[in-house]
Design a protein around this ligand. Structure first.
Ligand code: 5GP
Length: 215
């Protein structure tokens, strides 16, 4: 049976540890494809164009919107972020489970456009822990961290829109839980309509007597 890939959206507060979780998930299993977003923000130290993000100008981003080449896009703390469409569609068609690591506005747009997408929300065990991780990361100024914490408070209002909550208290456990949830999604009835129809048809015509005779 041809198996179409699952579209999984992973969101979580900045500092929830999504990046580390994604890296670990991809290192352990080879059926995943992580979408690389386009963004107008500047690269952080160590980030490589085309790996973490496609770093583009505002003009180029605008052009991508107009061309319709983004599945979704959103503004996040003064910058634009968007998901290139072609990669997502190609990988899903190849049977890969595609992961979008995006913020909440984008996640909601994806759910509208792809109602069968699985939405996962990752959070640290507590708000205090979130703050500690953001400060500990040392990649942003205090102003930016505070803007991100403020944004986290806004995003927290929409957590119920997600299908599942993952608490990132321990990377190993969290990665396995995420993997199980995504793989379980393959068993959803909506992805097996041909099989269900065939079963229905066969059930209509089956007869116990002929089964005994055949045995
Ligand atoms: P960061 O600047 O920390 O890399 O990302 C900031 C936020 O933007 C994160 O919550 C991240 O998940 C989100 N983000 C990254 N790529 C996209 C995207 O393509 N679309 C949307 N809507 N959000 C994104």
């Amino acid at each position: 049976m041809e198996r179409q890939g699952i579209l999984a959206v992973v969101s979580g507060f900045s500092g929830a540890g999504k990046g580390t979780l994604m890296k670990e998930l991809l290192a352990r299993y080879d059926n995943y494809a992580l979408s690389v977003s386009a963004t107008t923000r500047k690269p952080r130290e160590g980030e490589v164009d085309g790996r973490e993000y496609f770093f583009v100008s505002k003009e180029r981003f605008q052009q991508m919107i107009e061309e319709g080449s983004l599945v979704e896009y959103a503004q996040y703390v003064n910058h634009y972020y968007g998901t290139p469409r072609d990669y997502v569609m190609q990988k899903m068609a190849q049977g890969k489970d595609v992961i979008l690591e995006i913020e909440i506005q984008g996640a909601l747009k994806v759910k509208k456009r792809f109602p069968d997408a699985l939405l996962l929300f990752i959070t640290p065990p507590s708000a205090k822990e979130l703050c500690r991780r953001l400060v500990g990361r040392g990649t942003e100024t205090i102003e930016v961290i505070n803007a991100r914490l403020h944004r986290a408070a806004e995003e927290a209002a929409g957590m119920e829109a997600y299908d599942y909550l993952l608490i990132n208290d321990e990377i190993d456990r969290c990665v396995e839980e995420m993997h199980r949830l995504i793989q379980l999604q393959h068993r959803r009835t909506v992805f097996h309509l041909d099989f269900l129809n065939q079963m229905r048809e066969e059930l209509k015509t089956l007869d116990a007597r002929s089964a005994i005779e055949e045995a």
